[in-house]
Design a protein around this ligand. Structure first.
Ligand code: 6R9
Length: 656
């Protein structure tokens, strides 16, 4: 299969020896096992990695394809698997989470602590009338309370939907409404980079926008003690509702197919989709990928820098490491506070052995280190590290090499993990004790994942030729549906083009002609990847045109950016004459703030360009390919003869 001789970085002995998957023959054996008996392979792992209340008798049900079911007649509880199971195994006093606040205070939380806090909150939620199957929105900072909120929902069979703390009131409202949430868990404020930022006030605003009548209560974790408004009868303090609750709570035993969570993500249309995940299959993949991709051993200190508002924070903070009884670092703050050495200092202080972050963070820390010796990683002792990981976007070879050399000291494999909100966990990734690495490639499928590159008709393309990334067989942790919109689920992921047979990832890929290694070539739909965050171009366009006083028309494209991977570039036609100079600057600022309010700061366009019109074909289609060239600052080489008004190209040359 793979040809180790072309790989620049073979798995080092120091990691390979004693790894759970040690050497390529071990990897290939697992792949062969899955090929020989697909359902049998996943059933074996499901028995090994998950503790079942009632064992499943049937592995995969394809009768309602593409609505696949895994282990459906098995029952379990995810929180029981993450917490009670560890305590029962004698790990009650083991530190589950080392928590560090924005301002550097460190606290340690054992498995027994987490279990007791989860049980208390589970009881409190039940006391508020939250039942199995109800949806609960979590709008929380990075905190023990945030993780406990997720675990408590899992414990009572409520389906959580975590909304990233950077989303605006409008976005939060849309998600609460779509999910029909009965309760919101939030904090008074969050603290990031030395600043207090509102959370509760945004929940208040979201609920006041209307459409959220399903919400009965708001439970508030007091993080900063900042001033907040209080709605008697609706709002409750977390410490009040949990104080008198017992610290044990019987788990709700649910079917493996019971929805553990919804997580909203961007797609090709203006409306974010609520990706629905299962309990059994999801937990299985969270556990097995945490174990094999990160080679997580009992004495490792694992640190995933993601936020619980994204899928990475679900699978590799809230569930995977806990399901294995691991010890992890959880961080409230940001990588550049008090300075850009923060990550390196924390690795040193907590003796982190496995570090998982995003290319955008690495790129910005490279810049910072190059500009300031004091925050260069060489100033820190990083010798505790043995494995590094990357996620969220392609990692460019230069950043890979720097990460490998300056953070990993040349001795730590980098697992470049490709996956998506929809896949639940890693689907294409190296295994650190086995896979020889090539910078810029996510290498080979996780054992059991049938990833392939095909053409528009669903036919395999030869290695060395680019195409569309698909997964040919259902897998346990896959998306089950889009909440409330099964038709959209089918159309987005199992389109007719492939006769509804293959899962369509939405990314392009190419396999190396010799090794078969996968390289992801980027999204093939209208989704941008800004600092590892997914943003739909249509979502941003809708937000812009919602400014009905100012904006007549808008088109949004991405352009490459050295730090954020892609940057958002908006082309705007105003309802007034095209502005220039200071007026253009002021309007650009107003529009950025507007988008920040409509969606959240992560969606603010970096460049705004004003035209009297947008470049369109004579049939009225916006010429997006041309806009992408303009956004990049390239000379326009495309045929512009079909353009209705070629003169506007000059106007669009100036970005504000
Ligand atoms: C986990 C996560 C998914 C999209 C995905 C792809 C991009 C993620 C990547 C990668 C290249 C990697 N992506 N990991 N591209 N190499 N290792 O990021 O989920 O937020 O849903 O984004 O991110 O484009 O389709 P999500």
């Amino acid at each position: 299969m793979s040809d180790a001789t072309t790989a620049l970085y073979p798995a080092p002995d120091s990691v390979s020896k004693g790894a759970f998957v040690s050497g390529m023959p071990a990897y290939e054996k697992l792949v062969a096992e899955a090929e020989a008996d697909y359902a049998g392979y996943w059933a074996r792992l499901a028995r090994e990695f998950v503790e079942w209340k009632t064992p499943f008798t049937k592995t995969l049900d394809e009768s309602q394809a593409p609505f696949f079911k895994w282990f459906e007649d098995g029952t379990l509880n995810v929180s029981h698997n993450c917490l009670d199971r560890q305590v029962a195994a004698g790990l009650g006093d083991k530190v589950a989470i080392i928590f560090e606040t924005d301002d550097g205070k460190v606290s340690r939380h054992t498995y027994s602590d987490l279990l007791a806090r989860t049980a208390k909150l589970a009881n409190a939620l039940r006391a508020q009338g939250v039942k199995k199957g109800d949806r609960v929105v979590i709008y929380m900072p990075m905190s023990i309370e945030g993780i406990v909120s997720m675990q408590a929902c899992a414990r009572i069979g409520a389906t959580h939907s975590v909304v990233f703390g950077g989303f605006s009131a409008q976005s939060l409202r849309d998600r609460i409404q779509d999910a029909g949430a009965v309760l919101v868990l939030t904090a008074d404020e969050q603290q990031r980079g030395g600043k207090q930022l509102p959370l509760k006030a945004i929940v208040d605003e979201a609920l006041s926008l209307g459409g959220c009548e399903s919400v009965k209560n708001v439970i508030v974790y007091k993080r900063t003690g900042g001033n907040i408004a209080w709605h008697e009868g609706r709002d409750l303090w977390l410490h009040d509702v949990t104080e008198k609750q017992p610290d044990t709570a019987e788990p709700e035993w649910v079917s493996a197919e019971h929805p553990l969570f919804l997580l909203y993500t961007s797609g090709s249309t203006g409306k974010p989709k609520g990706v629905q995940h299962s309990s059994g299959g999801y937990l299985l993949h969270a556990a097995v990928t945490t174990k094999w991709t990160f080679d997580l051993h009992p004495d490792d200190i694992f640190w995933c820098t993601a936020d619980i508002g994204w899928v990475t924070g679900h699978t590799y903070i809230a569930y995977g490491p806990l399901a294995l009884g691991g010890t992890q670092v959880v961080f409230e703050g940001i990588p550049t506070f008090p300075d850009a050495g923060r990550f390196w200092k924390m690795i040193q202080d907590h003796k982190v052995s496995i570090f998982y972050t995003a290319p955008t963070a690495i790129r910005s820390l490279i810049k910072a280190a190059e500009g300031n010796e004091a925050v260069h990683p060489k100033r820190y002792d990083l010798t505790s590290l043995r494995i590094l990981g990357s996620v969220g976007e392609p990692i460019n070879p230069a950043a890979w090499e720097w990460y490998h050399q300056h953070i990993g000291g040349g001795r730590c494999p980098i697992v470049d993990t490709f996956w998506q909100t929809e896949t639940g966990g890693h689907v294409i990734t190296p295994l650190p004790g086995a896979t020889p690495l090539v910078p810029g490639s996510c290498t080979l499928p996780f054992p059991g994942i049938q990833a392939a590159v095909v053409d528009e008709t669903g036919k395999d393309v030869p290695w060395g030729q680019g195409g569309i990334l698909v997964i040919k067989k259902p897998w346990p942790s896959m998306i089950r549906t889009i909440y409330g919109d099964p038709e959209r689920f089918k159309k987005s992921y199992y389109p007719e083009d492939f006769k509804g047979k293959y899962y369509l990832a939405g990314d392009g890929a190419i396999r190396d002609a010799k090794t078969g290694y996968f390289t992801i070539t980027g999204r093939i739909d209208d989704v941008l990847n800004v600092s590892g965050h997914r943003m739909g171009t249509m979502e941003i366009e809708s937000a812009l045109v919602a400014h009905t006083d100012l904006v007549a028309e808008a088109a949004v494209v991405g352009r490459p950016d050295d730090t954020t991977g892609e940057a958002i570039c908006a082309f705007v036609v105003l309802k007034r004459p095209r502005p220039t100079g200071d007026e253009a600057k002021a309007i650009a600022k107003e529009l950025r703030d507007w988008v920040g309010k409509e969606i959240g700061p992560i969606a603010k366009p970096k460049d705004i360009r004003f035209g009297d019109n947008l470049p369109k074909t004579r049939s009225g289609k916006i010429m997006r390919r041309l806009l992408r060239s303009v956004a990049k600052g390239e000379a326009v080489t495309q045929d512009t003869s079909t353009l209705e008004n070629p003169a506007i190209l000059d106007q669009l040359g100036q970005a504000y």
